[in-house]
Design a binder for this molecule. Structure first.
Ligand code: IPM
Ligand code: MG
Length: 356
């Protein structure tokens, strides 16, 4: 199989973690007889420095023309003061929007080997955590009209949060279909006691749930979800929610697993083109030191093989290799435990590649 991958390394630790994911992908290509052609495109702060914009038009066109996109992370304090319309994050949102990546899958899995790294008690995470957040990614308050204006002599800022029924329906379908392939349990997270968008969300989800009688469906308010994720996280299988709630809850959920550095994600459209990235940020404080955890990015590459290229066997092999390396006691500093062996970012990548 031959595939074109656009690689957006980005800022901070981005290039370091991406290098390790590429190491692993190259090993897969060799072993299973595939060809992956990589085109590197600047995104975020590094693109602002070079071109004055966080992604160029050619860069965006390259993403659109590829079979999938692999992303590291964008942003950093150096670009915190640039005008809002060219912030590094703008490029990320633009890629999501232009590639129509409306479905963001964020699996939260507690690797048994890392149970001690979870801040929750053993009694709470004991059964193992394996939940999936399905986050709507191209609508809501992230993309609604924004303005700051002067009203009665003071500044007033507004961010609109629109949701059209078809946007809710298509993310709902992804969630129900995904639940059918997992534990057949779906919780839809909203704030229907306050928000109009949530009332439409809930109504639409209820209509869809009639098409999926096998899925055990429930509604849950977002504030209660935040609480239940800490109190009893093993009750969840698949959660579906709008853009901003999903952003916040997925960071919370990642902490159940001990390190946000372990968490991959897939952003999908209705076709096979997707963007794959770890859910953590660019971690400028540790950039350039070769100490970041590349596993979230490596596991994102596995999701790319599974979802965009339909290479389940190869994806399984990567996930098994990660499991084995953890079993053997290798840890990056974020997940370091007593009795384990601390390795650098690049050593971790090499260890996973060697297991394949
Ligand atoms: C994420 C990030 C982004 C988001 C930022 C960098 C714009 O936090 O992918 O979760 O808010 O979606
Ligand atoms: Mg986030």
């Amino acid at each position: 199989m031959q595939k074109k991958i656009t690689v957006l390394s980005g800022d901070g630790i981005g290039p370091e973690i991406i290098a390790e994911a590429i190491k692993v992908l190259n090993r897969i290509a060799d072993k299973y007889g595939h060809t992956f052609d990589y085109t590197y495109v600047d995104i975020g702060g590094c693109a602002i420095d070079k071109y004055g914009v966080p992604i160029t038009e050619e860069g965006m066109a390259c993403c659109k023309a590829s079979d999938s996109v692999l992303l590291g992370a964008v942003g950093g304090p150096k670009w915190d003061t640039v005008p809002a319309q060219i912030r590094p994050e703008k490029a990320l949102l633009a890629v999501r929007k232009e590639l129509n990546l409306f479905a963001n899958l964020r699996p939260t899995k507690l690797f048994a080997q890392l149970a001690d790294a979870s801040p929750l008690k053993k009694e709470v995470v004991g059964g193992g955590i394996d939940l999936l957040i399905v986050r709507e990614l191209t609508g809501g308050v992230y993309f609604g009209e924004k303005k700051t204006e002067e009203v009665n002599g003071e500044q007033v800022a507004t961010d609109l949060m629109p949701y059209a029924e078809h946007e809710i329906e298509r993310i709902g379908r992804v969630a129900f279909e995904t639940a059918m392939k997992r534990g057949k349990k779906l919780a839809s997270v909203d704030k229907a006691n306050v928000l109009e968008t949530s009332r439409l969300w809930r109504k639409t989800m209820h209509r869809l749930s009639e098409e999926y009688p096998e899925v055990e469906y429930s509604d849950i308010l977002v504030d209660n979800t935040a609480m239940q994720l800490i109190k009893n996280p093993t009750q969840f299988d698949v959660l579906v929610t709008e853009n901003m709630f999903g952003d916040i809850l997925s960071d919370e959920a990642s902490m159940l697993t001990g390190s946000i550095g372990m968490m991959p994600s897939a952003s999908l459209s209705s076709g096979t083109l997707g963007m794959y990235e770890p859910i953590h940020g660019s971690a400028p404080d540790i950039a350039g030191q070769d100490i970041a955890n590349p596993l979230g990015t490596i596991l994102s590459a596995a999701m790319m093989l599974r979802y965009s290229f339909d290479l389940a066997k190869e994806a399984d092999a990567i996930e098994r290799a990660v499991d084995q390396v953890l079993d053997e006691g290798y840890r990056t500093s974020d997940i370091m435990q007593e009795g384990c062996r601390k390795v650098s970012c690049s050593e971790m990548g090499t260890l996973v590649a060697e297991k394949l």
